[in-house]
Design a protein around this ligand. Structure first.
Ligand code: NCD
Length: 302
């Protein structure tokens, strides 16, 4: 971990618990009038985003600043990447400015791992292709634990485009380490059977009602059209079979939590009434993004 954070798969339960506990300490800061600590004063964090982001990039930047660090965000579109510079050259250029850590999002699975092998700077994975998005899984776990006493023994249904989702993969790794009963659900083209092998305690269902029955948590996922190269996606039909609607919530536990990493596509994978319902913790997830990323940055750089 001293080297950075590349994925959940390689983290131990104790490390995950330490981050989640520390994130809880940072939660009340959201409501303080003066939101700045000195823990990382003088440190410089570069956010390098080769893919679109609203929540992740902003919350890493806010987290760094709340800890007293300086944070700079660079997006591929506005950088020399758009002039044809290679990934290694861009990274060597940034490394020459001696940041203390690089937070990176890239469309290629494994891109941050590649850089971590080449640069003597901690790399934090903010999403690599279809592979992992570790801080998302951590903030999701923080959000579940803000509402339920323990992860052990919960039933979590993850529904949607599992095949292309780094959020699903990181969540499966994390939840499986804590003995969660995980159901992956979606159309067969987006939920290949081999995904059941990712971790123990994972099963697959192609029937949304079956997946949701008795669930403590429903995690909805966006269909990652940018990672699919097939012809026109049947959005209406998708919503009919795999869109979360109010009537589905009756099948789950009475206090079921509805989660979504965002950005949500209303009417495509989730009905507006559900996204805005009492059961939805979607904005709590966003809020926890800052606290969890503070805990991660402090652990790596503090
Ligand atoms: C996710 C991502 O980029 O992987 N968004 C996020 O970080 N909150 C999920 C998505 O884009 O659908």
């Amino acid at each position: 971990m001293a080297a950075g954070l590349l994925g959940i798969e390689g983290l131990g339960r104790d490390e995950i618990e330490a981050i989640l506990t520390r994130a809880k300490d940072f939660q009340p800061m959201q409501d303080h009038a003066f939101k700045r600590l000195d823990v990382l004063r003088g440190r410089m964090i570069v956010n390098l985003f080769f893919e679109a982001s609203t929540r992740t990039r902003t919350s890493f930047e806010i987290a760094a600043k709340r800890l007293g660090a300086d944070a700079i965000s660079i997006t591929a579109a506005g950088s020399s990447v758009s002039k044809g510079e290679s990934l290694v050259d861009t990274l060597n250029t940034l490394a020459a400015m001696r940041p203390n850590a690089i937070v990176m999002r890239h469309a290629a699975s494994g891109a941050p791992h590649f850089l971590a092998r080449h640069l003597p700077i901690p790399i934090i994975n903010a999403g690599d292709g279809t592979h992992e998005h570790p801080t998302q899984a951590l903030l999701d776990a923080r959000t579940i634990l803000d509402n339920l006493p323990t992860l052990e023994g919960l039933r979590v249904a993850i529904i949607g485009d599992i095949a292309h989702s780094r959020v699903a993969r990181s969540n499966v790794h994390l939840l499986a380490k804590f003995g969660v009963d995980i159901v992956l659900c979606g159309p067969a083209s987006l939920v290949p059977a081999e995904l059941a092998q990712i971790a123990p305690g994972v099963r697959i269902s192609y029937d949304m009602c079956e997946a949701i029955r008795d669930a403590d948590v429903i995690m909805m996922l966006r269909v990652q059209l940018e990672r699919q190269h097939e012809t026109a996606f049947p959005a209406g039909e998708y919503f009919q079979f795999y869109g979360l609607r109010l009537e589905h919530l009756q099948l789950a536990k009475p206090n079921v939590l509805v989660m979504h990493p965002g950005p949500i596509n209303r009417g495509r994978e989730i009905a507006s009434e559900v996204a805005d319902s009492q059961r939805s913790v979607i904005l709590n997830q966003v809020e926890n993004g800052v606290a969890v990323r503070m805990a991660v940055l402090e652990r790596i750089l503090g």
